[in-house]
Design a protein around this ligand. Structure first.
Ligand code: GDP
Length: 441
């Protein structure tokens, strides 16, 4: 049975100068022949009239013919670069839908075919998704590195080394009755396991840098009612150098703005407004504020100078800074006071720049500079930890007496690493990974 040929608009929605419609699958050649008169030379942009089924021109545009397997999906692909008007795109899509064997692509289906055809491993697919979502420079750099296969190669190399160690062990098991082999084999297995363990542990001890760049950081503004929480978030939001986007889905009980600090997306959440209503709701409000604070990477605990500094919300594992507010009326200095204490006035703006700078430094310290993190997602971390745990168990066993057990642990470790790149057994995560893409990717 022939695979379906899929098509989709791969450029963004809405009108634009140019729209790109992408087709992938065995009927690509047939569709380009019908629409553009003939199949253009491979990998050369050709200007063609693009005609619908009744022969009427839909538009004049560029046609790119990319025969498989040297294409993004590994299949025959064609791209139509047409004028990005709604009617042009609709006309082209309508013409493609009319061809036998062609259908509209599902979200992430081009990438899924690229994965299925061995063009991208799973970490590269994830890098691609991250690159499309990247909002900051650090995110873009990290995503591109991953898309280029740097992470995948490390995981694959680890896995190959594990398989090598496994082969040594199996040789040991096979030759266990003979005198000469086991000594040599067990002499190599131990150090090889120890080396690999050390490398994995080193990558895991990265302070969560990669995930921090990818997922961003949450800073929660907390404190008593009227202390100046909303005013601070407004003051932060007015620094348009810092703002990168409005946050969708912000709830009524918490207002958030998104800042780009040191290349990391920072979500600043204001818990103001949740304690202003009737008493019955107040308890719930406090609970939510605690919740937010407990999940934050950093809590800014706002206090008015001279008032009781009740920092109980700040506890719960999160780091907290104290910010004295309203220095214009309450007195005291603005700016950095001590390591974790600031003075600000949202009204005059004094101390705000120092606070932003300290936040950027704090984040910069956490994400480091220049050193790339191998691990960028919880999925990678979990599997790497599984692999390391199995490997450490193997390392504690006797390779000669317990050869079978060692081999079993090594296989478990290799499987965990194989799941990261998608070399093995990943059906369960594929839908989640490809589902993050938009249609047309
Ligand atoms: P929240 O309840 O903690 O969000 O506090 P708000 O931001 O709503 O501020 C409470 C009141 O304090 C408002 O009347 C603000 O105008 C005032 N306020 C906030 N920040 C400052 C400041 O830096 N200086 C002065 N003078 N007033 C402020």
């Amino acid at each position: 049975m022939e695979t379906d040929t899929i098509f989709a608009v791969s450029s963004g929605a809405g009108k634009a100068g140019v729209a790109v419609v992408r087709v992938s699958g065995p009927a690509s050649a047939r569709s380009v022949e019908r629409l553009a008169g003939s199949v253009p030379p491979a990998r050369v942009a050709s200007v063609r009239s693009i005609r619908g089924r009744n022969g009427e021109a839909i538009d004049k545009g560029l046609v790119l013919w990319m025969p498989g397997p040297a294409s993004f999906t590994g299949e025959d692909c064609v791209e139509f670069h047409v004028h990005g008007g709604r009617a042009v795109v609709a006309g082209l899509i309508e013409a493609l839908s009319g061809f036998h064997g062609l259908r509209a692509a599902e979200a992430g289906e081009f990438a899924r075919r690229a994965f299925a055809n061995g063009k991208l491993d799973l970490t590269e697919v994830e890098g691609l998704a991250d690159l499309i979502d990247a909002e900051t420079e650090a995110q873009r750099r990290q995503a591109l590195r991953q898309l280029e296969g740097r992470a995948g190669r490390v995981f694959d190399t680890w896995r190959e080394r594990l398989i090598g160690i496994l082969a040594l062990c199996e040789a040991g098991i096979d030759f266990a009755d003979e005198d000469d082999v086991p000594a040599g084999v067990s002499g190599q297995v131990g150090p090889a396991i120890a080396d690999l363990c050390a490398e994995m542990a080193r990558e895991l001890a990265d302070g969560g840098r990669g995930e921090m760049i990818r997922d961003g950081v949450t800073v929660v503004i907390a404190g008593e009612p009227n202390v100046g929480k909303s005013s601070l978030i407004n003051a932060l939001a007015r620094r348009d150098v810092a703002i990168v986007s409005e946050l969708p889905g912000t709830t009524r009980d918490a207002i958030a703005v998104r800042l780009d600090l040191a290349g990391v997306p920072v979500t600043v959440v204001d818990t103001a407004g949740i304690r202003e209503t009737a008493d019955a709701i107040e308890t719930e409000g406090v609970r939510r504020a605690r919740d937010h604070a407990a999940r934050a990477d950093l809590v800014l605990w706002l206090v008015e100078r001279g008032t009781e500094q009740n920092g109980d919300l700040a506890v719960g594992g999160s780091e907290a800074w104290f910010v004295e507010t309203k220095v214009d009326v309450r007195g005291g200095e603005a700016g950095l006071l001590t390591d974790d204490r600031f003075g600000i006035s949202a009204k005059t703006g004094s101390g705000i720049a120092a606070l932003i700078e300290a936040l950027a430094t704090w984040i910069g310290d956490r994400v480091g500079s220049g050193t790339d993190s191998l691990i960028t997602r919880a999925r990678h971390r979990t599997e790497t930890m599984t692999a390391l745990a199995a490997l450490e168990r193997a390392g504690r066993l006797d390779y000669v007496a317990d050869g079978d057990l060692v081999a079993e642990e090594l296989r478990a470790a290799a499987n965990a690493l194989g799941r990261i790149t998608g070399r093995i057994d990943v059906e369960d995560v594929l839908d989640a990974i490809f589902g993050q893409f938009c249609i047309g990717k």
